[in-house]
Each structure stands twice: as structure tokens, then as C-alpha cells.
Design a protein around this ligand. Structure first.
Ligand code: NAP
Length: 342
């Protein structure tokens, strides 16, 4: 069985999280970590049993023992790091959102294809087994009349923001904000299932961070598709337990969470109801839990690298389509879209 040898970029919490899933795929091997600080890189390497430490991305890319790079750094750095790695022949698994804006994302996809390497956004929602099963039910539920998705999570970084500390996930200078951080999880499945909408109507709560500019704290966006509507809610300043639902004339698909779906329910449409009708009987179609929730995105990426093909689910073209929507919403809210030179 082939192995894919990885270099990882960034020693933050997310690299630690996703590694726990990665190591469960026996084809995964962590060869190196790249940090801006030798000390942080060494500490991370020691605690995860990673043999090499780099402090320079170019030097890591020149390492012939590395096949692929995982990018776990703030959003505004994704395009630059990914492009440098792909130009040196490395495959790239990049954290969400793929880039700061659609133009950067398009360039990343172009560079990947020109260099014959795989580029995949680490968007877990669409790769989770329960979402994949939900996708298979959409035809049965159709014609679809509504998609509603919600990801609202009170962020510990919001507490810090109130104290005047600006985490990258909120910082517009790092292409942060609620839409880029959590809203994208509600939009990605919609684009994967239905493509790009005809119309976008956002309602965004923005906040001006002194010296950084306008960020967004939460929002709701209404989308128009031929024959149906979609609505997404996202927030970093309040929790919500609204289910995600795809409703159609044939039935309803319920996902407990759109970020990582842990419970999938199917409700077949009964006889047309007129007030005294019986409720449909819910069917629990939840897949057995995986060994680790992040395993699915690593296995998909490793499959793609070993088979020399783009992901059929997290396609680069979908990443660009999602970025176009994220750009449109932010522009509508008067937010500046960071330009990082790519
Ligand atoms: N998939 C998920 O569930 C999930 C969850 C959270 C976040 N994310 C994504 O993961 C990425 C990182 O988010 P985060 O909140 O972890 O970010 P972060 O804490 O601000 O940064 C993560 C790491 O990136 C490196 N870094 C920071 N600033 C950098 C810069 N200007 N240039 C190069 N490297 C830099 C740092 O490592 P060194 O100091 O070692 O260089 C840092 O520890 C984002 O794209 C975010 O959207 C994904």
C-alpha cells in the first residue's frame, strides 16, 4: 500500500486536532512540521513524534521526502503558501476557506492543474459519512423546496475580542470573520448539492475593530435557486441548536449539525396534511461513528493523491464557487476583501 508523506504548516490548535484523525489512516506519514519559530516547531514535533522541523516553507518544499503539504495557518496565508508548495510539485490539503477571495482561489486551482498536483480544501462537512448519505437521499426528497443550514457557536475568541485581543478568526486583515470561519460550513454543502444560487440576499452584523477594519460577527443569508429557497444562519457570538434541513415534496432530510453531522434522520412525506393528519415517522439513518471525525478528509485526500485525481466531492471548482459567494456576501456587507498579492 502506498504512503503519502506530509509536511504540516502551522503549530496551532487545528493542526493538533486534525492530526488525530490523520494518524488513523495507515497511509499517512508526518515527516515534517513548519513553524515560524524553531522553538514552537520543535515542541510540536516532539509532542507528535514528527522527525523534522522547518522554519522556512521554501526549504520544506525542497525536501524530496515530502509528497504533500497540509496548511493549517490563517486564511490570508493560504494562497501564498499553497502556490509556493504546488509550484515545487507538492500536493496541498488546505484548511477552509481555501483563500482570501475567489481570485486567489482560481489562481490556486490553475497552479495545481498546471503542475499536475492535487489541491483539496479541508472542508469536513461534505466528506462526513452522514452528509454523503444525505446527498444520496436528495433525489428521493425532491423536488427540493428549501435548504436551511445553521452553524452558530459562541466563540472563546469573542471573549478575547471584547478584551481587545484580535484572533485571526475575527481579524479582517487575516481574512477572518464569522462568514469565513463558520458561515462557509453552511454554504459548502449547499453548493455541493445544488450548485451556485441565482440570487444572494445577506443580512450581516458587522463590527468595526479599531485599527483592523470591519469584521462580521454573525449573519443570515437567503439564496434563490430555481424552484426553491435556501437560508443559512451563522454566528460566532451566540449558540444555536437549529437543525439543518433539506425539505422537498418527497420528504425531509434532517442533519443535527452541518459542520460535522452526527445524526441523520429521514422523514418521508405522508399524505397531504390538513391539520389533523399524522406526523411522518422519522427514520434514523445515522452512519456508525468513525474512529475520528477528521479521518474522512484525510482519507479522501490521500485517495486522490494516490489515484492521481481531484476529489469528486470537495472539488477545486466548488471551492472557487463557494469563495465567489463569500466574496459577494462580504462585499454586500461593506467589508473589505483582503488582497494578499496572489
Ligand atoms: N477544520 C476545522 O475544524 C477548523 C477549525 C478551526 C480553524 N480552522 C482553519 O484553520 C486555519 C487556522 O486557524 P487558527 O484559528 O488555528 O489560526 P491561528 O491560531 O491564528 O494560526 C494557526 C497557526 O498558523 C501559524 N501562523 C499564524 N500566523 C501566521 C502567519 N501570518 N503566517 C504563517 N503562519 C502563521 C502559527 O503557527 P507557527 O507560530 O508555528 O508558525 C499558528 O499557530 C484557518 O484557515 C481556519 O479557518 C479549521
Amino acid at each position: 500500500m502506498g504512503k503519502v508523506r506530509f509536511g504540516l504548516v502551522g503549530t496551532g490548535r487545528i493542526t493538533d486536532w486534525v492530526l488525530r484523525g490523520a494518524v488513523m489512516d495507515s497511509r499517512f506519514e508526518a515527516v515534517a512540521i513548519c513553524s515560524r519559530s524553531e522553538e514552537r516547531g520543535r515542541a510540536f514535533a516532539d509532542s507528535h513524534g514528527i522527525p523534522k522541523v522547518y522554519t522556512d516553507i521554501e526549504r520544506m518544499c525542497d525536501d524530496p521526502q515530502i509528497d504533500a503539504i497540509y496548511i493549517g495557518t490563517p486564511n490570508h496565508t493560504h494562497a501564498d503558501i499553497a502556490i509556493r508548495c504546488m509550484r515545487r510539485g507538492k500536493h496541498v490539503l488546505c484548511e477552509k476557506p481555501l483563500a482570501s477571495n475567489a481570485r486567489e482561489a482560481e489562481k490556486m486551482v490553475k497552479v495545481a492543474r498546471e503542475n499536475g498536483v492535487i489541491l483539496m480544501e479541508a472542508m469536513i462537512s461534505t466528506l462526513s459519512p452522514n452528509f454523503r448519505k444525505a446527498a444520496q437521499l436528495v433525489e428521493k426528497a425532491g423536488p427540493v423546496r428549501r435548504y436551511v443550514a445553521s452553524f452558530c457557536q459562541y466563540s472563546s475568541k469573542y471573549e478575547a475580542l471584547k478584551r481587545g485581543e484580535v484572533a485571526s478568526s475575527f481579524d479582517p486583515l487575516c481574512s477572518g470573520g464569522a462568514l469565513m470561519d463558520v458561515g462557509t460550513y453552511t454554504i459548502w454543502p449547499m453548493v455541493a448539492l445544488f450548485g451556485e444560487p441565482e440570487r444572494i440576499s445577506p443580512h450581516i452584523m458587522t463590527y468595526d475593530i479599531p485599527g483592523h477594519g470591519l469584521t462580521d460577527l454573525q449573519g443570515s443569508v437567503e439564496f434563490t435557486y430555481p424552484g426553491f429557497n435556501a437560508t443559512v444562519f451563522y454566528s460566532k457570538i451566540a449558540d444555536s441548536f437549529i437543525l439543518t434541513e433539506i425539505s422537498g415534496e418527497g420528504g425531509n432530510i434532517l442533519l443535527d449539525k452541518v459542520h460535522i453531522c452526527r445524526r441523520l434522520t429521514w422523514l418521508p412525506h405522508g399524505a397531504p396534511a390538513s391539520g389533523r393528519g399524522k406526523d411522518p415517522q422519522p427514520q434514523d439513518l445515522t452512519c456508525p461513528p468513525e474512529k475520528d471525525e477528521y479521518l474522512c478528509e484525510w482519507s479522501e485526500f490521500i485517495d486522490c493523491v494516490l489515484q492521481g485525481r481531484e476529489s469528486a466531492v470537495n472539488t477545486p471548482d466548488r471551492s472557487v464557487a463557494v469563495m465567489r459567494i463569500l466574496d459577494a456576501v462580504r462585499r454586500n456587507a461593506g467589508m473589505k476583501i483582503a488582497v494578499t498579492g496572489q
